[in-house]
Design a protein around this ligand. Structure first.
Ligand code: AMP
Length: 182
């Protein structure tokens, strides 16, 4: 977990490679579907472009399908999911079905103003359609309102590990691995 621009995707990829488990990024799956012009992509794109969350029913169904794939049996890393209370509940049900448990929840903490500055500068370089300053600020607000409160749920369950997300990629990666006890 962590606000947009905290470096979640980069760290998630490094950790999943290190552990040899699939990296399941809901944002990546949505973007691949948008690119491929699938019905799921067409549905998701309007929300993504506006910096809104894709509806829970759509997102949950997609994750359910992904977790049903056999490559998740040895373990998996979720990146960008869950993001809402409904997704937390649905994930718990999916895990129960697979006789699986969450081992850790990592939260990357960062200075919000710094992250917004960085994202706005990157937006100038082009790329993502959810990159206008207004959309960037909206995505941060959505995270603060809907997703940040979820960390309390995982803290209560003793799963939350807070990691300082400020610094070079490999420095942050070393902190994440240490938090995982690796
Ligand atoms: P990300 O790359 O994780 O920042 O995700 C990019 C966009 O995909 C988000 O701004 C949302 O529109 C959508 N998205 C990704 N994950 C979720 C999720 N768990 N729930 C709802 N929407 C999501």
């Amino acid at each position: 977990m962590g606000p947009p621009g905290a470096g979640k995707g980069t760290q998630a990829l490094l950790v999943s490679e290190r552990l040899g488990i699939p990296h399941i990024s809901t944002g990546d799956i949505f973007r691949a579907n948008v690119k491929g012009g699938t019905p799921l992509g067409q549905e998701a794109q309007k929300y993504m472009d506006a910096g809104e969350y894709v509806p829970d029913s759509v997102t949950n169904a997609m994750v359910r399908d992904r977790l049903d794939q056999p490559d998740t049996a040895p373990g998996f890393l979720l990146d960008g999911y869950p993001r809402t209370v409904a997704q937390v509940d649905e994930l718990a049900a999916m895990l129960a079905k697979h006789d699986a448990v969450l081992d850790h929840v990592i939260e990357l903490t960062v200075d919000l103003e710094e992250v917004v500055d960085r994202l706005v500068k990157r937006a100038g370089a082009g790329g993502r359609t959810d990159d206008s300053e207004e959309v960037i600020r909206h995505r941060q607000q959505l995270y603060a309102d809907q997703t940040a409160p979820l960390t309390a749920v995982y803290q209560e369950q003793g799963l939350l590990r807070r990691v300082d997300g400020l610094g070079a990629v490999d420095e942050v990666a070393a902190r994440v691995l240490a938090a995982l006890g690796i």
